[in-house]
Structure formats: C-alpha cells, structure tokens
Design a protein around this ligand. Structure first.
Ligand SMILES: Nc1ncnc2c1ncn2[C@@H]1O[C@H](COP(=O)(O)OP(=O)(O)OP(=O)(O)O)[C@@H](O)[C@H]1O
Length: 390
C-alpha cells in the first residue's frame, strides 16, 4: 500500500479558506435559476426609470435565500447606479433607527453619526441621495420575522415603501425573507402596508441530496487542493447534509473533516475524519431535535439507540415486543412515540420487504443516547437499560 507524503507544517489543504465561510457568495449559484429570474424580473422596472416590485422569500434554513439575494444585489451593484440595493440583517438590526441606519450606510456610503441624528434626518439623508442620483431603492429585510417579534415590521414596511410620499423619490421595492414556514409575511402586513407592498411569494425548497452533492463538489473544487476529499466521502457528506436538510451542515462538515486531516499532517481526508467531524457538526442539531421531545419519547430513543448499538433486530414489531420487558407502554403509545421520533428526524422507518418497517437511527447510536439521556435517566451504549415513564 502506498501512502501519500505527509504535509509539512507550513502547508495547507485549503486553496481558499474563505470559500467555507457562511458569508461567502459563490460564483455559481446552483439550482436557484427560477428564484434568480423572478427577483431579476421584480427589480427590472427600476432599470427603466420605474419602481422595483416587492417579494416575500420563504423556505427552510439553508435553502439559499440569503445567498440568492446577495448574489443578485452584487450583480446590480456591478451593473448599474440606477438601483441601490440595501441588505439588512434583522437579527442584528430590528429597531426603526437601526434598520434605517443600515440602509443609510449602504445608500450614502458611510454610517450616519451615532449621536444627534433623528430618524427623520436619516430618512431625509437616504431620500436626498436617491433623488440626487435618480436611483431606486431595493431593500432586503432578511429574517424579517425578528421585526414582527420586535413589533416594528409594519411600521418599517410602511416607512420604507411610502418614502416617496414625503420625498421626491421612486417607490422602493422590499424583499422580506423568512425561514419560519409557519409565518406568512404577506398576511402579517396591515392594510395600509399591503396596498403598497403586494409581494410576490418566492419559495425555496430544500435541496435534494444530488443538488447538495453538486454544491459541495463546487465548494471543494474552489476551496481545496485537488484530491483532498475522495468522491465517496463527498457523497457521504452530502448524504448527512441531506438528512439534516441543511446545506450548511455539509459545508461545515467538509471544512471540519479537512481540518482534521490537516491537523494530522495528511493530504487526504479519510472515512474516520468524516465520522469524527460529523459528530461535532451534527451534535447541536441532534440536541435541538431531542430537546423538542417528551421525556417518554427521549427514553424510547435511548432504548432504540442501545438496541441498535448491540446489533439487535430493528424490525419495528420486534422492537415493540422486546421493549415490553423494559417499557410499560401499549402498542398505540409506542407507535405515537415512534412517529414523534421520526418527525424529529432522529429515526427513519424504512419499509422492509414483507417485514413491516425497520427502525433506523439517523445518527450514531452513542450520540443519540447522549442527547436523549436526562439527569434522572442515563442512557449508556452498550448494555444499560432505560426506564420509560408513562
Ligand atoms: N444554490 C447554492 N449554491 C451554492 N451555495 C449555496 C447555495 N445555496 C446555499 N448555499 C450556501 O449555503 C449556505 C447557506 O445558504 P443561505 O444562508 O443563503 O441559506 P438561507 O436559506 O438564507 O438560510 P437561513 O434561512 O438559515 O438564513 C451559504 O454558505 C451559501 O453560500
């Protein structure tokens, strides 16, 4: 067997580490052509001296909403001075003043003085610059649900969209973005806002495993030296990210696995690097999933983890029968708990030929046991038993 020569301490596997930063805007935006086209269409009237239209962008976390907007805004900035895009992260800026200060900074090119500036002066500064340059404003309010929590959503939309009523500027377009699928940002708008908002709804569906694989391959090619991550390992990373329905997990995992190889002085990522990195990267996601379960559901997850670790038969019916010895629950309750674990994304129920369904853990059994133990009930893999409350 031949071994590739070890890395010297001054060598790195990263051609460009920035490619793995979450703020990185990729050169090629995969699988978002429809959304890019729709946003470009909404902005286009402003290129012809009119006003941009508005939109609500909705999709689960890590589906490329922010990246798509940033990508379009970058192109707009490069192509024309007739449109001024302003991106506001509402997690950070959710008061009227903070949002307008952020818009001012991007429109005017420097921050307004921190003291002695009232909201109206900041708005006037924005409007004057837009008027002087005959430019149209397009604002992206990313994570706009934070504005609803802060109680500023409607006032802000009103003030941005109706800027033209007080100053001689064109009507602004607003792209409101949310990853909260239970929230309808359009419906949250008051009638006075709605009459000038009329957003087009743009949906971002989760990427499939193949799409994630392509995005990750592109990242690896841009950010790493050739052959650092063998193709089967890239497939495995894509599978883990697809299971989590979050491309970010894939990007983090790729970087973490390469860092482990680099730390060890190796030129190639191994299966063991991915396993170790996956633990670290998916642990917070798994903890979040477990936190949403009831004590009884967590106890069942723990028990399933132990059984899976021991290599026992995982057919759902067999698991139920074996569970009877330890877990005093009836069949209906057992299935309810099992369904809750499936919904939480901790187990999958995989149909088996003629044998009902197999209970399969999405994570390492030891990690599930660790995430689902509680102070009163420690789950250990292997061999310990869990007590399940009714
Ligand atoms: N289509 C894509 N092509 C290349 N990279 C992508 C694509 N979509 C997302 N990414 C990358 O995935 C990461 C997460 O994307 P992004 O922040 O745009 O998701 P989001 O939908 O805005 O998530 P959230 O709702 O949590 O803010 C970023 O690093 C981004 O560069």
């Amino acid at each position: 067997m031949t071994h590739s020569p070890l890395l010297r301490s001054d060598q790195t596997l990263f051609r460009d580490p920035d490619v793995f930063e979450l703020t990185f805007v990729p050169e090629h935006l995969h699988h978002r052509d429809a959304q890019v086209k729709e946003l470009a269409f909404l902005i286009s009237p402003a290129l012809r001296g009119g006003s941009a239209l508005s939109a609500v962008l909705r999709g689960p976390p890590g589906t490329g909403k922010t990246t798509t907007v940033r990508r379009i805004f970058r192109e707009v900035r490069e192509e024309t001075k007739k449109i001024v895009p302003a991106y506001v992260n509402c997690r950070h800026d959710h008061t009227l003043l903070a949002v307008h200060r952020s818009i001012f900074t991007q429109v005017v090119g420097y921050a307004p003085p921190s003291s002695g500036r009232y909201l109206d002066e900041i708005k006037q500064g924005i409007a004057t610059r837009l008027h002087d340059h005959d430019a149209a404003l397009v604002v992206c309010l990313d994570d706009a649900d934070d504005l609803i929590v802060a109680g500023t959503y409607n006032t802000l939309l009103y003030q941005i969209l109706r800027l033209y009523e007080k100053w001689d500027v064109r009507k602004a377009g607003v792209f409101a973005v949310t990853s909260n699928l239970d929230l309808n940002l359009g419906a949250e708008a008051d009638p006075s806002v709605w009459s000038v908002f009329h957003p087009t709804e743009i949906t971002f569906l989760p990427y499939s495993r193949t799409e994630i694989r392509e995005i990750l391959a592109d990242r690896a090619q841009q950010g790493l030296y050739p052959r650092v991550v063998p193709k089967p390992l890239l497939d495995r990373i894509a599978g883990i990210a697809a299971g989590e329905q979050d491309i970010r997990i894939g990007i983090d995992l790729l970087r973490a696995a390469v860092l482990l190889a680099e730390k060890d002085g190796r030129r190639r990522v191994t299966h063991a690097d991915v396993t170790a990195a996956a633990r670290a990267v998916t642990a917070p996601a798994l903890r979040n999933r477990a936190a949403g379960l009831s004590e009884a559901e967590r106890a069942l997850a723990c028990w399933i983890a132990e059984r899976s670790h021991d290599g026992a038969d995982m057919a759902s019916g067999t698991v139920f029968e074996a569970a009877q010895e330890y877990l005093p629950v009836g069949k209906t309750t057992y299935h309810e708990h099992l369904n809750a674990l499936t919904r939480a994304g901790i187990v999958d129920l995989v149909p088996q030929k003629g044998r009902g369904r197999e209970v399969r853990l999405r994570y390492d059994a030891g990690d599930v046991a660790a995430a689902c133990s509680s102070p009163d009930r420690t789950c250990e893999t292997p061999n310990s038993t869990c007590e399940i409350p009714n």
